[in-house]
Design a protein around this ligand. Sequence first.
Ligand SMILES: [Zn+2]
Length: 331
Amino acid sequence: MFESLKNLLKHFTGSQETESAVPETKSQPQSASTPASTTSAAEESLNQYISLGQFNLGLGSIGPDNRDDIDKNVLVQMYQSIAAGTFNVPANGAVPEICVDGRTKADGSRFSAPCAAGGTLSIVYGGDLGGGSAAGDVNELQLTTQAINTLKSKGHSTGVHGDDHGPCGCGACAKAPTIYQHISERINDIAALVGKLGIDVTESEKGSIVQQAKNRLGQAGFFAEDRAAVLQAAQECGALYEELVGKHNELGIALNTKPGTTIDRAAIRAKYGPQYDMFVVDAWAFGNAAKDINASGSDDDAQRIAKAITIQNVATASILGHGSLRIIPIA
Ligand SMILES: [Zn+2]
């Protein structure tokens, strides 16, 4: 089921085909150890999908187990339809541009563009963590400006978002220092989840990404104190801005590997109800972004950046999301 994600990222992941062929051993939930009477059919269907909690991830609160306004049977149906590609629609652009955030603008729509945690900021942070630049004289705002200018020069559109009630309504941006910290502390858990998706993060890549996270955490003034300033810097550079509304109702993570597409959030709500939202990760676009943001031109660097973008997305989900958030692959 992860075949196309593997194929897509093969170029960027050193084609560890023999190793990455393993994860399909879909260990059925140990029903032997779980009393049958407590495991409903819906629960069993849900357990087909991997959850953040299985990897000791999911420190946040967003997720189905914290909700009393949803129906588990509907949730199963929604996961199955999403996995089947029912809600895939064409997306403009080849690199991540809008945020994974499941919410919409006041009119119920989103820009039709590839999604990653923080929109274009995913490329900023992934490029930083994976690029491993030793430059200690550049801060987050400057990196944001540089990355957006690079992406623009390659013909890409860029974007960030806020919301209608907070100073920095994008969790990936608001919590970027915490996300770097999480990566530095929990790289093995994050890499285990990524490995389950067929992407092998080597020990050396893990070491390099953790080192860069630590460098930035230790670099005085790297992260802007006013988190909204990052969104502002991006917009001043030409990033498009979405104002999202309402509260977080995400019930899972749609991991989309169908090139040229994204997931239609409005269509999901129309079918299942306004409280049924999903985080949307258009992983097919990560390799494109890595290639275009990589300054060195080296293939190894581009691979590491693609993986760092993936890791930044998982770490963001882990900080904002609950362990009950499941990953629904669309291949
Ligand atoms: Zn966001």
